[in-house]
Design a protein around this ligand. Structure first.
Ligand code: NAP
Length: 270
């Protein structure tokens, strides 16, 4: 019997990452799931093994720390049946750049940028690699007051993924790169930033099931940018088409609404 392919998913203890675990198990992958909360990882494993025949392993690791990143990268680099990496772990903060403590913004850069960089490097060094999905955001295409480091790091993820996809294509590599760019998606993300979900119009919300199904459909087609939802596709089209000064004006109006939607004492879990 051929060896089952392994998918490595970061941030798999909740939300979009846990849904990647379910849908990739349904597609016949074995899984290595990484995050910090062991109990939550274990409950995702219990759910998956009760429904699918996947082999599932967990790695409890803080990927914002060098030790956690290096440990997972080593597994990605050396796993004989490695096929797919999903760099999904991430978190948001809420507040103007000078209001949010530097430590959590530093941690965000380490998680969104350094972990994506090191794990992708490890994945591409593995001869059995088939693809890497990097979870960016629609925030990759603009800037938002109160969300500056988040947008900047997500822009880096999108640009890095696109650059690498271009380089791999130039070298004739079959490895697929994807930047998944979701908009508002139900998960624990907005609990972490203490955001009032009711402040966002209902039609803008998507489920993690839909977002992940769109990502995997895009992966099958070799799509580099996947923006789930027609409304977000249109929004991104506008964001790319309008002059930067218009986008800045719109971002300020939107941020004023967002700030009202957050509780004042927001503190990140990340
Ligand atoms: N939800 C949205 O509206 C939305 C929109 C666009 C993009 N995204 C992106 O989607 C990705 C997944 O977020 P989500 O919406 O599913 O939120 P979520 O439910 O809060 O999941 C975030 C995941 O990241 C993990 N994580 C956070 N910090 C970590 C660290 N230092 N080391 C290892 N794992 C860490 C968390 O696990 P532990 O806490 O157990 O470590 C959790 O599994 C993120 O990159 C986010 O930026 C979300």
């Amino acid at each position: 019997m051929p060896e089952r392919r392994l998918a490595v998913i970061t941030g798999a203890s909740s939300g979009i990452g846990a849904e990647f675990a379910r849908q990739l198990a349904a597609r016949g992958y074995d899984l290595l799931l990484a995050a910090r909360r062991e109990e939550r990882l274990k409950s995702v494993v219990a759910e998956i093994v009760s429904r699918y025949s996947a082999g599932v392993e967990i790695m409890v690791a803080d990927l914002a720390m060098d030790a956690g990143r290096h440990r997972l990268a080593e597994r990605v680099r050396t796993a004989g049946n490695f096929a797919l990496l999903v760099n999904n772990a991430g978190f948001g903060t809420n507040g103007f750049f000078t209001e949010v403590d530097l430590e959590s913004q530093d941690r965000m850069h380490r998680l969104h940028v350094l972990a994506t960089l090191e794990l992708t490097h490890a994945a591409l060094a593995n001869p059995s690699a088939q693809g890497v999905i990097n979870v960016a955001s629609v925030a990759s295409f603009g800037q938002a007051p109160s969300n500056v480091s988040y947008c900047a790091t997500k822009t880096w993820i999108a640009s890095f993924t696109n650059g690498l996809a271009t380089e791999l294509a130039m070298r004739g590599s079959p490895i697929r790169m994807q930047a998944l760019c979701p908009g508002y998606t139900f998960s624990e993300f907005h609990d972490v930033t203490k955001m009032n979900r009711d402040a966002v119009p209902k039609f803008l919300w998507m489920t993690a099931q839909f977002v992940v199904a769109e990502s995997l459909r895009g992966f099958d087609r070799g799509q580099v940018f996947v923006i789930p939802g027609w409304h977000y596709k249109f929004l991104v089209f506008l964001m790319r088409a309008v002059p930067a000064s218009w986008l800045r004006w719109f971002s300020i109006r939107l941020a004023e609404r967002r700030r009202k939607a957050h509780h004042p004492q927001a503190a990140p879990r990340g």
